[in-house]
Design a protein around this ligand. Sequence first.
Ligand SMILES: Cc1ncc(C[n+]2csc(CCOP(=O)(O)OP(=O)(O)O)c2C)c(N)n1
Ligand SMILES: [Mg+2]
Length: 593
Amino acid sequence: MDFILQSPNMNHLWARLLVEELYRNGIGGFCISPGSRSTPLALAVSEQNKIVHKVHFDERGTGFYALNWAKAVGKPIALICTSGTAVANYFPAVVEASLARVPLIILTADRPPELLQCGANQAIEQINIFGNYVRWSFTLPCPDSAISPAVVLTTSGQAVYRACRAPAGPVHINCMFREPLEPIELEGDIPEGYLSPIESWLGTLKPFTRWNLPESRLTTEQEIFVLDKIETARQGLFLVGELREEQEIKSAYSLAQSLHWPVFADVTSGLRLGNRTEFSVAYYDQMLLLPEFFNWFNPKFVLHIGGTITSKRLLEFLEKKRPEYMFIADHPLRTDPIHRVTYRFETNLKSFCSWLAPAMKRRDIYPWGLEVVEWSQQLEQILNKWTQEQEELNEITIARYISLWKPVDSDLFLGNSMPIRDADMYGSVYGTDGLVFANRGASGIDGTIASSAGFSFARKKIVTAIVGDLSALHDLNSISLLKQEGVKVILIIINNNGGGIFSFLPISAYPETFERYFGNPHGYHFEGVAKMFGIDYVVTHKPDELKTLYQSALEKQTSTIIEVSTNRPENLELHKQLQERLKKELIKHIPAN
Ligand SMILES: Cc1ncc(C[n+]2csc(CCOP(=O)(O)OP(=O)(O)O)c2C)c(N)n1
Ligand SMILES: [Mg+2]
């Protein structure tokens, strides 16, 4: 630990202790945004080759980049920024991390107390700035020889522990530094013997405090209860929400195969666009559009694992039908927007699925709900036919084509607004496996480009991202992240010249205010900005051409932007038209009462 012993002054010593201990506690990497007050922290990271780190000038984008990096690797990522509004720019990502349970360690440099609330430059109220959105916040005072170095180490360890234990989430450490900030030798600044309380730590590579993550498992009584409920349930429905790990997806797949219940999988579950099970009902959202189906379909028991559900229609359906509802999650947070959960168990998802699948004794030979599975397959045919009929690309066919063309061993990022909904409603279940990420904690349209970049970097894979034009405009400068080493994103921007989602809402019936305040047209295209950032850019409106362009984008080493222009009013009509076709098909199958 020579680099610690050779620290030039207290500021740098504390920063090195903090960073080294975060590293020893197993964090996945660092993201740094430039600034002066954070100099000791930035240098402490830069001095060490072993620490994976990224540098980006915009804290807002960096926050989303780190968020998706952390989500993909299941480890905390630390962020470093200077004092002032830099800190506040992390807020959107902190909110998303808090709601989506993603571990982040936010290290913000702060001015010393004598420079606060006195008009000093770049000094804002940073203590507890993130309020209830962080799992823990702590201010480290200015490095001081009166304070044991062990305090710095236990602060680091506590930060990682609190970020990781359920519910995982962001943690804030506010670090006050007094000048000088540069690594200047200050004789006598570090008194002799100062490091003796952490001598043994200096001699190892282990964290100062070892901690364990309590892992919740069902007790034997709970297992008996769950098993009994599931074995005796009539007309069960298996609901799979967001899953972030391949192992979880695999075990959920096996459970789906053993349950013999219709499977309604969310687009972010990993079981919706690929991994088709024998019982997958891909088009449940569209089926629920038909009142006759809505009335006829009567699940009596729901087993829901994983995160939230994108389909509002499905939630409304469950709210009305009031089945018994068992929710299994690996955290304690209420994930029940319709307030219908009747049994809730906190346990590791993978072990739950792996336990339950073989534990169930006898399943029906003629499973309930098979006809629903078949009807969904009929709808697949209608969707294929309708897609082939469309000469020009539209928002529905883009979702379908990309779900089918996305190569094996690559991932998908879906922007909020219509891209995630179209993929959820119309993406093909015959696509390839792979993770599907979206920022569904707070469902912001911000940080989408940075998110896809962080996701690709973390997974070391190609990420295809589909985002709307307003979302892309919101995060324009994050296009520079698409050029970073280890990032390869094919960014498909659906440019419908504004917020297409609003056309689906009742407010669209008020033309005098609609376009200006909701549709928000701008007339921009993305070629110029792609050129500015030096990113390959192509534009198309034809399916065949999209296929060729997508294929060649996949073959390149670097990221590409593909812009497709669509039309908002037409998009609404196309959705209606297709939905009528699907309903016409489905009604043929519903038994008359
Ligand atoms: C940060 C943030 N601001 C505003 C909103 C509200 N909002 C939801 S969808 C939407 C329009 C998005 O437009 P675009 O990205 O072009 O997608 P489209 O609706 O056209 O599919 C807006 C403004 C939000 N969710 N997040
Ligand atoms: Mg749009």
